[in-house]
Design a protein around this ligand. Structure first.
Ligand code: DGT
Ligand code: CA
Ligand code: CA
Ligand code: ZN
Length: 579
């Protein structure tokens, strides 16, 4: 624990490690060292448990995949002191805020170094200033295109800057929820708002509680160790900002209002307005305190009661966006949404053969532990030279390795697969001869993000023309808050997939969640099945499946719409494109 009793969150540890990696890289340090820090950061981010808890429980951190003795000591140092001496050392040579520049598409460590050396740029503000003054283009290799990209990035950052990834918010509020649940007299502590609707990013987190002693829970809330600033401290409503910058509201309501309040604060606002209008038509009034007929309260203790008052069945939070859910509810046509327990396997994961952090057997064991029946190993193909992508020879070796591993397994199957690059002309990065040997072929775009919409779409459809092709991975290429989708006509891709018997992926990584909810829904309407895949690079990220399922639910997907809810035998039939 840090000196002042504040728990260090995994996100903060990951930020520290990434920052160190950035600064080292800008300085031109050894690439292996940089990569070790980045891998550690990625691992910590994806841990289902807090490193602080592990340290407190005296667990051996160096048992984690990819974490050696030296890194384990650094993790402990961050947890125990809140600082990392190695980072502070580095900050003496390189301005810390240069690490923010590394996120800008097109700016690598070398170019950031050059900006620092030649233009004395030390942070985003001085970068923006230099761009606007036209100074950047005075440097070799920096042109108008770079300037545009930088301005676009800065613009996007001001738009999404105040929103936090759902996964990060979840990690940050987890211990807060636990703390509040421990207050004497507390009955319920439930996050509402966009968090409950499983939106990919949240503006703030709205917590609802019922408690015999509301002053006590409020006191605990504003006094919580992670609070950086108290915005409001009232009897039934308080508001704080946590150290991570996350804004959290807490409201305490009487038990008999709980359902109405939960409904109100879950939103969305548009859904609420539509439900209220419906109530008015029925001569009722719905607000955060209950359902009323004149002065008389006629319901509101539970959410189903609120819906029943307006003659509707319960509507799941992920659907509450006023995108047709009320009409569907009225007609008894609400989808029966897919749940995590429906998932029978994961169709994208990486091993140490390319950029993964664990071997195939270890990945399979972890998948099995999650109750799965299969896991596809989809390492990168040869074109991805920086991660040592597989050529035909190495893929053939991996196929034999998987055959050997499968012989020893019963009730579980490692699927032979690849995340094959789609080349510029739409050809696949490996010959059909070897692709035919695989159980499932996942194809992806990792290059030429700047092609025109027309060309990008045609390129991907050409890839789907190949009868070996099955699933198109992370279809838009976006990284939430960091990289926009490339230009592509997803609707046309869905039609093309339908015609060819192919599938699209919903990448469950919480920074991708790609396809988004709207296109998931379009896929369902067109009858294109979706694979929800974690794209795991280590065993622990297999747990990201829940974020994919959350997004799928926002996209109205049912169990049958999701490819990997099927047992292998049924899935195998769907993957036979010609039969
Ligand atoms: P966020 O925080 O931007 O990610 O999105 P939300 O949906 O969590 O929005 P937030 O935190 O402003 O408000 C939480 C919920 O409270 C929202 O989903 C619906 C409800 N709400 C807020 N303002 C209004 C309003 O003016 N009218 C109605 N009917 N409901 C509101
Ligand atoms: Ca909110
Ligand atoms: Ca709020
Ligand atoms: Zn990929």
């Amino acid at each position: 624990m840090k000196g002042d009793g504040v728990p260090v969150h995994n996100v903060e540890i990951a930020q520290t490690l990434n920052k160190l990696a950035d600064l080292l890289e800008i300085e031109g340090a050894n690439a292996f060292r940089v990569r070790a820090y980045r891998n550690a950061a990625r691992l910590v981010e994806s841990l289902p448990r807090s490193v602080a808890d592990m340290v407190a429980a005296n667990e051996d951190i160096s048992e984690l995949p990819g974490i050696g003795e030296a890194l384990a000591r650094k993790l402990k140092e961050i947890v125990e002191t809140g600082h990392l001496a190695a980072l502070e050392q580095e900050e003496k040579h390189v301005p810390a805020a240069l690490s923010d520049l590394m996120k800008i598409p097109g700016l690598g460590p070398r170019r950031v170094h050059e900006l620092f050396e030649k233009l004395k740029i030390t942070d985003l503000a001085s970068l923006e200033h230099a761009v606007r003054e036209g100074k950047l283009r005075t440097l070799d290799g920096f042109g108008e295109k770079t300037e545009t990209r930088i301005l676009e990035y800065l613009n996007r950052k001001t738009q999404t800057g105040n929103r936090m990834l759902l996964v990060t918010a979840e990690q940050v509020v987890e211990s807060l929820l636990k703390t509040l649940r421990g207050v004497k007299g507390v009955k319920r502590v439930v996050p509402a708002g966009s968090f409950r609707r499983r939106q990919e990013t949240v503006g703030d987190v709205d917590i609802l509680a019922t408690c015999a002693d509301s002053a006590a829970i409020m006191r605990r809330f504003v006094g919580y160790e992670d609070v950086a600033e108290v915005i409001a401290h009232g009897a039934t409503r308080s508001s704080v900002i946590l150290r991570s910058g996350l804004h959290v509201d807490l409201r305490v309501v009487p038990e008999e209002c709980y359902g109405a309040a939960l409904h109100y604060f879950t939103g969305s606002k548009a859904h609420n307005i539509a439900i209220r209008a419906r109530a008015l038509q029925a001569g009722l009034k719905i607000n955060e305190y209950g359902v009323f007929h004149g002065e008389a309260r006629v319901g509101g203790a539970t959410e189903p009661e609120v819906y029943a008052a307006v003659q509707l069945p319960y509507i799941e939070p992920e659907l509450r966006e006023d995108r047709g859910e009320i009409e569907a509810a009225e007609k008894g046509q609400l989808p029966k949404l897919v749940v995590l327990a429906d998932i029978r396997g994961d169709l994208q994961s990486h091993s140490t053969a390319t950029d993964g952090q664990a071997g195939i057997a270890e990945m399979a064991k972890a998948a099995r532990k999650r109750g799965y029946e299969y896991l596809a190993i989809t390492d990168h193909s040869q074109r991805m030279t920086m991660v040592h992508g597989l050529n035909a020879t190495r893929l053939a070796q991996q196929i034999r390795e998987i055959d050997r591993l499968n012989e020893k397994l019963s009730g579980f199957r490692i699927l032979k697969s690849i995340e094959v690059d789609i080349l510029e002309n739409g050809e696949l990065d490996l010959a059909d001869e070897i692709l035919k040997e695989l159980d499932v072929v996942v194809g992806a775009v990792h290059s030429l993000f700047t092609l025109s919409r027309e060309k990008q779409t045609a390129r991907i459809i050409r890839a789907m023309d190949n009868p070996c092709f099955h699933i198109f991975a992370h279809p838009s290429g976006r990284l939430i808050g960091e990289r926009d989708a490339y230009e592509v006509d997803l609707e046309r891709l869905l039609h093309a997939a339908k015609e060819r018997g192919c599938f699209l992926e919903l990448n469950a990584h919480p920074m991708r969640l790609d396809l988004n909810d709207a296109y998931c829904r379009m896929a369902r309407e067109l009858g294109v099945k979706i694979a929800i895949s974690t794209d795991s690079h280590n065993p622990l990220s297999l747990d990201f499946m829940c974020f994919g399922v959350g997004q799928a639910r926002r996209g109205w997907l049912e169990k049958g719409d999701v490819l990997n809810t099927r047992p292998w035998s049924a899935l195998q039939k769907l993957l036979k494109r010609d039969g």
